[in-house]
Design a protein around this ligand. Structure first.
Ligand code: ADP
Ligand code: MG
Length: 210
């Protein structure tokens, strides 16, 4: 087995190409699931979450192909910048901040370990919390991202599972942030679109890690 296909035993760490592959897999997942994300957002929002992320991740993929950054941190910072500049909805600045914050925390290393990524992701997630003022339990993307960042310390698969469980756990919650909060009690009984897309991002990460 070659070094690059060993997944958890990924040589001496994950390089820029791995992070580009992650974002390409995320873009494909967003493309595939765009209708579902929009459907979820039509129940408790304004039905644009699928379109927002599709546009954003298409721009991310194009930018990374045109000018591939040399380090993992630079890949994530460039991707975050694209999301912020191409997505009009709340999720653009929030996901942009997530990727940029994670990328900045990774620094300029050429290869990063899963443990370093877990720590950096936690920093990115904290930046999302500061920007949006939400906490776990408010029925937002943080309900998937916070437990996922924590579980990433154990494994990629654990992070994917934690994000999926976190997204499912938003169903009975009442939204306290974002558009869905305008619905009050009527937001109960629906899965949060942003938590659902966050689970897609973590599933894409687990997929490329093997
Ligand atoms: P918009 O709400 O502007 O239409 P999107 O539909 O693209 O943007 O994204 C909606 C998602 O963004 C929500 O499902 C929620 O997960 C997330 N979100 C909204 N506001 C916040 C916030 N303040 N903090 C964290 N996440 C938020
Ligand atoms: Mg929306």
């Amino acid at each position: 087995m070659s070094e690059v296909t060993q997944g958890e035993g990924y040589g001496e760490g994950y390089d820029a190409a791995f992070f580009r592959a992650w974002l390409a897999a995320a873009a494909a997942a967003v493309d595939r699931e765009a209708d579902r994300l929009t459907e979820l957002d039509s129940a408790i929002g304004d039905a644009d979450h699928g379109a927002n992320l599709k546009r954003g991740f298409a721009a991310v993929t194009a930018a990374l192909e045109k000018e591939p950054p040399a380090t993992p941190g630079a890949v994530l910072v460039a991707a975050g910048r694209q999301l912020i500049s191409t997505v009009g909805g709340a999720s653009g600045p929030l996901y942009g901040t997530l990727l940029r914050g994670t990328g900045k925390a990774l620094g300029e290393e050429e290869r990063v370990s899963r443990a370093a990524l877990a720590e950096a992701l936690a920093a990115g997630v904290a930046a999302v919390g500061r920007l949006g003022g939400a906490q776990v339990g408010d029925k937002t993307m943080l309900d998937a991202l916070v437990p996922a960042a924590e579980a990433l310390g154990a494994s990629f698969a654990a992070a994917r599972e934690a994000a999926e469980a976190g997204a499912l756990a938003t169903v009975p919650l009442r939204a306290r942030k974002g558009r869905a909060s305008y619905l009050g009690e009527r937001s109960i009984g629906h899965q949060d679109p942003g938590a659902t897309s966050s689970a897609l991002l973590l599933a894409a990460l687990a997929e490329v890690a093997g």
